[in-house]
Ligand binder design. Structure first.
Ligand SMILES: [Zn+2]
Length: 418
């Protein structure tokens, strides 16, 4: 497949813009980026996508999202973290049936693809029955998205990850779906639980994803991990707005990354903006959307928030890196997030002729980071396979997914008595 004649933005090792450039895809991977790559496409037998009115960039990587909550969109916008715990996690979380997980995960994954998110880290903690886990994994597989599925216990109560359930789903990893231990972690669980979860991840060779904060359980959760010999480069830490720089320094030294979810962290009053501060102590930063109960589910919004932190905090190019290659690094995915030759062809094409992007070719990177939104996403490829074409999702299950989500929302609302 040849994406021909676009404004191509690559993200690594640095952000570069190539005009009237082609992207050649072979066997689902980037084969070349350049100008006039194939003179006679018919002779070459190549499928061509005309990108002459498109901005072409690597797919976004959302490193923290609770996909199952898609049917609770907007329910906790005016809530801080405590109210979110009470209203969403306690009020609804325990009521999720496997079909609610299925509906939330499928619609949420399709929403991601529609908005150019080609990789998502799904932090799944509603119901740990086999049926719940299978429902989530089936939805991720069916949607066509690339994902790292984090398998964990209900978030309140400090429980351990079920080793039997975790071992059972190991066989469900595919080329597109990876697995992680979604641990409660040292901020909210007793330390023997923490040790068991980390040892499980070590034994299975998978990463840990974990929420962190300075809490009643542990004022200095990262120091505790260090003292126990449990700092790993593969751990992805989420939030941590109230932690001191010294804790983030330990994360940086361990080679691990942090997922910052700027909209939700601000809205739930978790603390001061994190991204600029922790980059200053050497942490690899990535971006997440977290929960649509509270914030929008797309990376354009996350980029707007980080860019708005101010001049010299992050350049537009750096913000774009956080949302793409930074996310890939944070998830340990070495072959997505940029157009390096050999990378998986996860690609987003934006219509640069749309009215909100018009006039924006002076600095296409700045234009994308400030002005673009999901409505500009024309075409999306995951591993070279189109999942959105001509502004429409390719999946045939979109209307069924929406119907199932509506039913799920109605059931959850009635069941919770809210
Ligand atoms: Zn979260």
């Amino acid at each position: 497949m040849l994406l021909r004649g676009g404004v191509v933005i690559d993200t690594a090792p640095e952000v570069v813009v190539r005009r009237e450039a082609d992207v050649l895809i072979e066997d689902g991977r980037i084969a070349a980026v350049g100008t006039g790559l194939i003179a006679d496409v018919e002779a070459a037998g190549v499928e061509v996508i005309d990108a002459s009115e498109r901005i072409v960039l690597p797919g976004f990587v959302d490193t923290h999202r609770h996909l199952s909550q898609t049917g609770l969109r907007g329910i906790a916008v005016d809530a801080d973290l405590g109210v979110y715990f009470e209203r969403v996690l306690t009020g609804y979380g325990s009521r999720f049936r496997p079909e609610d997980v299925a509906a939330g995960n499928l619609t949420g994954a399709l929403e991601c693809l529609d908005a150019g998110i080609t990789t998502v880290q799904d932090f799944s903690h509603v119901g740990t029955s086999d049926a719940h886990a299978d429902a989530a994994l089936d939805a991720l597989q069916d949607s066509g998205i690339r994902a790292v599925f984090g398998y964990g216990p209900p978030p309140l109560g400090g429980g351990a990850v079920d080793p039997v359930g975790m071992r059972r789903i190991m066989g469900r990893a595919t080329d597109r779906i990876g697995l992680a231990v979604a641990a409660i972690g040292p901020s909210f669980a007793p330390f023997e639980t923490v040790r068991a979860d980390w040892e499980l991840a070590d034994a299975l060779g998978v990463p840990v994803v974990v929420h962190i904060s300075s809490s009643a359980q542990a004022v200095d959760p990262i120091s505790r991990l260090r003292d126990a010999g449990l700092l790993r480069p593969t751990t992805l830490y989420v939030h941590g707005n109230n932690l001191p720089d010294s804790e983030f320094k330990l994360i940086a030294e361990s080679g691990a990354a942090v997922s910052v979810t700027p909209t939700v962290e601000a809205r739930m009053a978790m603390g001061e903006p994190l991204a600029g501060r922790i980059r200053g102590v050497g942490v690899d930063v990535s971006l997440g959307t977290d929960v649509v109960t509270t914030g929008g589910g797309n990376m354009f919004g996350a980029m707007h928030e980080v860019l708005a932190l101010g001049y010299k905090t992050f350049s537009a190019a750096e913000v774009l890196q956080l949302a793409t290659v930074g996310g890939a690094r944070a998830l340990g995915l070495t072959d997505v997030g940029s157009f390096a030759v050999g990378n998986k062809a996860d690609v987003v094409l934006l219509r640069r002729t749309d009215i909100n992007l018009a006039g924006g070719l002076h600095d296409p990177v700045g234009t994308v980071v400030t002005s673009a939104h999901p409505g500009n996403v024309d075409t999306v490829l995951v591993g070279g396979t189109p999942v959105k074409r001509d502004g429409k999702l390719v999946s045939t299950s979109v209307s069924a997914a929406l119907d199932a989500l509506a039913e799920s929302t109605a059931y959850l609302t009635a069941s919770a008595g809210i």
